[in-house]
Design a protein around this ligand. Structure first.
Ligand code: TRP
Length: 333
């Protein structure tokens, strides 16, 4: 039986962090045997808001690839590709743009948030506003049925499903409606207590952070702001330090004990944070080590990207034959 396909990806705008891990990377590692998995370095999408910094995007292709390899995404099982090198995606995007209204793209809640956060005001680059349409092309050009993503990407999958329905109805049944797969933790807070860990928010723990960087970040983490002395009863719910403990500390008994003592005012922040640092460091040590095995090996990395992209392109070309036929623009066969 043919394996079902996964397509997911990341914008190469910086190294990946713990939020990426629990949101999507962990599922990718888990599912790469069971599914025919494609993972995309979405450089075209990264350029929609970094078009004046192309060298940044280019540099981060390698950084994100290293993060993939470090967490255990295996290029023998997973096809890793560069979005810009598949021109069929751009072609499909143009056709999809006919199937969405301007009003609809600007209603996408994630796009709305980003527009606000980036301070575009009245000057929203058209390419940026349209990126969910291009993302629909990313997913469907490979006919993926499953998309492992973080919660913030749900509106993109919803929009993709709408476009697929419209295309299939108008022209011919070419595409499957993809489904999102969320990670075990929907949204990891930042170390500053912000609801979301995000590159642009500067509140991340990166998968490649050194032991020293990790220690500094953990010890400075936001906790219960109302707790001044170690003897004050503290709040565990919604406290990022305990959310991280629950997510990354495999010693559940230790976590329960810390929670209990925290609520009773019988443990200091330092002990809670030191134990979190130890747990996170245990988690990150093998990832760091695996990353260092590949660091600087540009030839190996280039080969992975080239092979993956070539394989992906073949799939995309096949899909576009069907699309052109369905849209009656297959003039020369
Ligand atoms: N929008 C995603 C992000 O911000 C990256 C992405 C691009 C993506 N194309 C995709 C995710 C296709 C899933 C499927 O990280």
């Amino acid at each position: 039986m043919m394996k079902k396909r996964i397509l997911t990806g990341d914008r190469p705008t910086g190294r990946l962090h713990l939020g990426h891990y629990v949101g999507s990377l962990q599922n990718r590692v888990k599912l790469q045997d069971e599914y025919d998995q494609f993972v995309m370095l979405a450089d075209v999408q990264a350029l929609t808001d970094n078009f004046e910094k192309p060298e940044e995007v280019r540099k981060n292709i390698k950084e994100v690839l290293l993060d993939y390899l470090a967490v255990g995404i295996d290029p023998k099982k997973t096809t890793i590709l560069i979005q810009s090198q598949i021109p069929e995606i751009a072609e499909l995007t143009v056709f999809y743009l006919n199937l969405v209204t301007l009003e609809r793209v600007l209603r996408n809640p994630t796009v709305k948030d980003e527009i606000k956060q980036k301070g575009f005001g009245q000057n929203i680059p058209a390419g940026f506003a349209m990126y969910p349409v291009s993302q629909a092309a990313d997913i469907t050009v490979f006919n993926a049925s499953l998309v492992p993503v973080g919660e913030d990407q749900l509106p993109m999958i919803e929009q993709t499903r709408e476009i697929v329905r419209k295309f299939n109805l108008l022209y011919c049944n070419v595409f499957v409606e993809p489904e999102a797969l969320l990670g075990r933790v929907k949204r990891l807070p930042g170390i500053d207590g912000n609801a979301k860990m995000g590159k642009s928010l500067g509140n991340c723990i990166y998968l490649s952070d050194s032991e020293k960087e990790l220690k500094k970040k953990v010890m400075s983490m936001y906790t219960d702001p109302n707790r001044i002395h170690p003897t004050d009863p503290g709040r565990v719910e919604g406290n990022p330090v305990f959310i991280y403990h629950d997510t990354f500390n495999p010693d559940k008994a230790e976590v329960e004990d810390l929670k209990k003592r925290y609520q009773e005012g019988k443990v200091g922040d330092i002990e809670v944070k030191e134990k979190l640092f130890a747990a996170l460091n245990n988690f990150l040590a093998p990832i760091r080590e695996k990353r260092s095995e590949f660091e600087g090996k540009d030839e190996v990395l280039d080969k992975i990207l080239k092979k993956g992209t070539e394989k992906a392109r073949k799939v995309a070309m096949e899909t576009m034959k069907k699309v052109r036929k369905a849209m009656k623009i297959d003039y020369f066969g």
